[in-house]
Design a protein around this ligand. Structure first.
Ligand SMILES: Nc1nc2c(c(=O)[nH]1)N[C@H]1C(S)=C(S)[C@@H](COP(=O)(O)OP(=O)(O)OC[C@H]3O[C@@H](n4cnc5c(N)ncnc54)[C@H](O)[C@@H]3O)O[C@H]1N2
Ligand code: MOO
Length: 410
């Protein structure tokens, strides 16, 4: 059979693209709540200890641990209640031996105290005396000064994408504004004489534009700024004009449809006409997603993604998402398919081609199983049913039921 594409592997495609890519790094100052999902440009170092003092992790009594050693129900330790720690204030006197201070969770330990006895392990004999029925070790029920974060410590590294807990640590060290990488602008174009916008009622032979919207969502959820350029008929001149505009106005361009080898598939030639070095590969040795065009035009990536909705999104995950997220492809050892699940049925694949199977994840007897969602790559419902993508490597001719596969959540 005639081979229509000169297909390359995903890693070869990445290497070809990387050689010519030059995505800009633009800085933007952002207040911490809105910086969520953005990438830090600089390392963040703590200027202070967090917490700035030893604090209780339980409600009870601040004590010298030594005063409780050997305490038991039968032989409790007797301690004099000398004061009460007020929240948000430093105790004004230190704790003398044989004494205890009432303290609430989060309160500051008086100097001299090195542990907290839980209120459940005490009994109040009278206003001023407690008995302690269990010993505490030094440091027990206490978060020590600097235990969370030490002054001078690196708390977040440059390039890190901010998650909810990262906003929390920035707040903890008093950094309310950070420099982040401004989202890359990604132009999205759909092509096809049969494609109409979702507002329109499709006539015979027409279908609504799906890919513009899945790609929009995919760019946004990877931290990019998507811009829709609408639907262009399969005509070289019209497509060239639209792509040239999208290329000029963005850092990256995604075209979906027209990437195969049919008479109306003009993606390859149009992209090639935009500038240098141009198309770097046409064809990926994967399924679905084979008819993919990858190009770089003066440092900016331009992709011709296959028109089938599943294929578009699979190729986006493999080749576009890392660029939107990081501005480059990750190192070889980066875990892109971090989950491991057992496949519920036999799946055949051809050697020499990576297969990406849509899967639903199910828990069976505490084990994670991946149930293939079967169906053609032209079916969007197929992707909606799936929780993730399972990868079958190029060396394999399939997987057998029960075999472990690598999965990435979608
Ligand atoms: N002779 C061959 N034919 C095809 C091959 C092949 O190797 N030899 N590959 C098939 C595969 S695999 C795919 S994937 C498609 C890719 O085709 P194109 O990228 O050229 O895309 P189109 O032909 O324009 O469209 C394919 C399909 O997808 C629908 N489509 C396109 N854009 C959208 C959109 N924005 N929203 C919803 N649906 C869209 C389009 O109507 C077609 O049904 O080629 C196979 N053919
Ligand atoms: O490779 Mo196609 O991209 O199966 O639908």
């Amino acid at each position: 059979m005639q081979e229509l594409f000169n297909a390359v592997t995903v890693s070869k495609a990445r290497a070809l693209m990387s050689r010519h890519l030059s995505l800009p790094v633009r800085a933007e100052k952002m207040r911490i709540p809105s910086a969520l999902g953005h990438c830090l440009l600089d390392d963040v170092t703590a200027a202070i200890d967090v917490p700035g003092f030893d604090r209780a992790t339980v409600d009870g009594f601040a004590v010298r641990a030594g005063d409780t050693f050997g305490a038991s129900e039968g032989m409790p330790a007797y301690l004099e209640v000398a004061g009460e720690v007020l929240m948000g204030q430093a105790p004004d006197v230190s704790l003398e031996p044989g004494r205890a201070w009432r303290i609430a969770t989060g309160g500051m330990l008086p100097t001299g105290a090195d542990a907290v006895v839980m209120v459940e392990h005490t009994e109040e004999l009278d206003e001023r005396t407690i008995v302690v029925t269990r010993p505490v070790a030094p440091g027990e029920n206490v978060i020590r000064k600097g235990e969370d974060i030490e002054a001078g410590q690196l708390v977040l590294s440059a390039g890190h994408r901010l998650r909810p807990q990262d906003l929390g640590i920035l707040a903890a060290v008093g950094i309310t504004e950070v420099e982040v990488r401004r989202p890359l602008k990604v132009g999205i174009v759909s092509t096809g004489d049969e494609i109409v916008s979702p507002e329109q009622t499709p006539g015979a032979g027409q279908v609504r534009d799906i890919n513009s919207y899945t790609l929009y969502g995919a760019v946004l959820s990877n931290g990019g700024e998507p811009i829709l350029y609408g639907i262009v008929p399969d005509r070289f001149d019209l497509l060239q004009k639209k792509l040239a505009q999208a290329w000029k106005e963005n850092d990256m361009v995604l075209l979906s449809g027209g990437s195969s080898v049919g008479v109306r598939d003009v993606a390859d030639r149009v992209i090639q006409s935009l500038g240098r070095p141009g198309v770097l590969f046409h064809g990926l040795s994967i399924k679905p997603g084979k008819p993919t065009v990858g190009a770089v035009i003066e440092g900016k990536p331009v992709f011709g993604l296959p028109g089938h909705p599943v294929s578009t999104l699979v190729v986006f995950e493999l080749l576009v998402a890392p660029l939107v997220r990081l501005g480059r492809y990750p190192e070889e050892d980066f875990l892109e398919f971090p989950l491991r699940a057992r496949i519920t049925r036999n799946i055949r694949s051809a050697a020499g081609r990576e297969d990406y199977i849509r899967v639903k994840l199910v828990l069976r007897q505490q084990e994670l199983w991946a149930e293939p969602v079967l169906g053609k790559s032209g079916l969007i419902s197929n992707l909606v049913k799936a929780d993730g993508l399972a990868r079958i490597s190029a060396e394999k001719e399939g997987v057998e039921a029960g075999e472990t596969v690598e999965v990435k959540l979608l």
